[in-house]
Design a protein around this ligand. Structure first.
Ligand code: DQA
Length: 145
């Protein structure tokens, strides 16, 4: 199975962006860990990052029939994007939502997610480990369904 990892806006800045909140690990480092973990789990992992909502929507549309599931960190779009929610529902692929920071321990507006109730599950607050836990959970839940 192929798994698509979708990183939303500003995650390209990881490593230098607010390191007290997001740590020092870069996005290429996270992606490399996911590819290695995917190999252990027997899945092929491919990652996309965009700062443009429309590009993310089109990437998700194109995933239908090509990927079995999606791991997504929507960045700030988590809290606002009806269209991202609709795209994920529209393609019908199972997905897990992840966040590096604990969104529940930050500003109140970060507690609301447009995706969580339609995700298989949500992992938040473990830094880069959130992605690894998310990938394990996604592969596990897809295998079980
Ligand atoms: C984030 C949390 C969001 O609230 C924020 O806008 C991000 C990153 C995280 O991974 O902790 O860009 O999704």
């Amino acid at each position: 199975m192929r798994i698509l990892v979708v990183h939303g806006p500003n995650l390209n800045l990881l490593g230098t962006r607010e390191p007290e909140t997001y740590g020092r690990t870069t996005l290429p480092e996270i992606d490399a860990r996911l590819v290695a973990l995917g190999a252990e789990l027997g899945v092929q992992v491919e990652s996309v990052q965009s700062n443009h909502e429309g590009v993310l929507i089109e990437t998700i549309h194109a995933a239908r029939g090509q990927f079995g599931a999606i791991l997504v960190n929507p960045g700030g779009l988590t809290h606002t994007s009806v269209v991202l929610r609709d795209a994920l529902l529209g393609v019908g692929l199972p997905f897990v939502e992840v966040h590096l920071s604990n969104v529940h321990a930050r500003e109140p507006f970060r507690r609301r997610s447009m995706l969580s109730d339609v995700a298989r599950g949500v992992i938040t607050g473990f830094g880069p480990l959130s992605y690894e836990l998310g990938l394990r959970a996604l592969v596990g839940t897809v295998a079980a369904s």
